[in-house]
Design a protein around this ligand. Structure first.
Ligand code: UDP
Ligand code: MG
Length: 311
């Protein structure tokens, strides 16, 4: 029988874990596969870890990785992946927005020979707010063409994809991006996303903005190309205007004029330059961060793994 590893990034989800576990337990009997549930406690400050500890004691399929602090859910997923021993690895959020019952369908597609099975929101159920829909549209167009239009939060990958993603070991990136980027045979399963079971989303606007920039800087050179393009256009415009000024002066004796026009050009051009410096900075900062070789996450302790890799 195949082993399926299910990684669940968990950050202050004490209200959701018991309900999630019940659903998982129920689903696992329908799976007809061996399963392990890897809960990654991403530096929770509530009682999440204690609840997980208790679950691990009662159920040998529950394993727990506690990170040394909050590293973000993408790093938490990577941490789970790094310790997963399944023939296929799935990811699920702890707030029950993605129904655990979806695992059955994901595994079915994997059994048919697909290496990457993405759970996507049902058609017609578009990301409701402006930000997500713009984000996914831009990502599809400029960074990852295989990203589903509605995005994806839940997926299952074959062992070979998991190994590929682990070997990349990049930071400041999107784990969905890495999976899509790595290729392999993909398919999608549509499902209806549920509202959060309890509590509020842990993704702040700042974090979403970081993910947005990460996705573009990691998977696209469009921002750099755009900078060159704007630079070329501005230079051409400047050159043409210079010709007009010279022509006017020589043939129509129009005096050289313009404090206002000078100011406008100065402000627009220097503003553009600063923005572009900022974009360059994003690339350079990430380059620096990668060369420092700090790991994407640090494990504090683990529960339930084989003694040989228990830390
Ligand atoms: N999460 C995490 N670390 C974080 C933020 C979130 O492990 O820093 C987990 C969270 O517990 C949940 C999943 O990632 O299981 C998705 O987070 P959330 O539901 O808050 O995000 P949203 O559904 O709004 O995208
Ligand atoms: Mg959620």
């Amino acid at each position: 029988m195949a082993l399926i590893s299910v990684t669940i990034p968990t950050y202050n989800e004490e209200e959701n874990i018991p309900a999630l576990y019940e659903r998982l337990r129920h689903v696992s009997s329908a799976l007809k596969q061996d399963v392990e549930f890897i809960f990654v406690d991403d530096g929770s400050t509530d009682g999440s870890f204690r609840i997980l500890e208790e679950l691990a004691r009662r159920d040998a399929r529950v394993k727990v990785i506690q990170l040394s602090r909050n590293f973000g859910s993408h790093a938490a997923c990577l941490a789970g992946l790094s310790r997963a021993s399944g023939d296929a690895c799935a990811f699920l959020s702890a707030d029950l927005q993605d129904p655990p019952e979806l695992l059955v369908m994901l595994i079915e597609e994997w059994r048919k020979g697909f290496d990457v099975v993405l759970g996507v929101r049902e058609w017609g159920e578009k990301p409701s707010r402006l930000f997500p829909s713009l984000y996914y549209r831009a990502v599809r167009r400029y960074a990852l063409p295989t990203m589903p239009a509605t995005g994806t939060d839940v997926f299952l990958i074959d062992r070979k994809v998991a190994d590929a993603v682990i070997s990349i070991g990049e930071k400041n990136t999107s784990i969905f991006g890495l999976i899509l980027w790595s290729g392999f045979k993909q398919t999608v399963v549509s499902y209806r996303k549920a509202p959060r079971h309890k509590g509020v989303s842990k993704w702040t606007l700042g974090r979403k903005a970081k993910l947005f920039i990460d996705t573009f800087v990691s998977f696209s050179f469009v921002p750099l190309r755009l900078m060159s393009l704007v630079g070329i256009l501005l230079a051409i415009a400047g050159f043409l205007y210079a010709l007009v000024v010279i022509f006017n002066r020589l043939f129509f004796s129009v005096p050289v004029q313009g404090w206002a026009s000078l100011m406008v050009v100065l402000l627009v051009v220097s503003g553009t330059q600063l923005v572009f410096l900022g974009i360059l900075g994003e690339y350079i900062w990430r380059n620096f961060d990668e060369t420092r070789k700090r790991p994407p996450f640090i494990i504090d302790r683990t529960i339930g793994f084989d003694a040989k890799d228990e830390r």
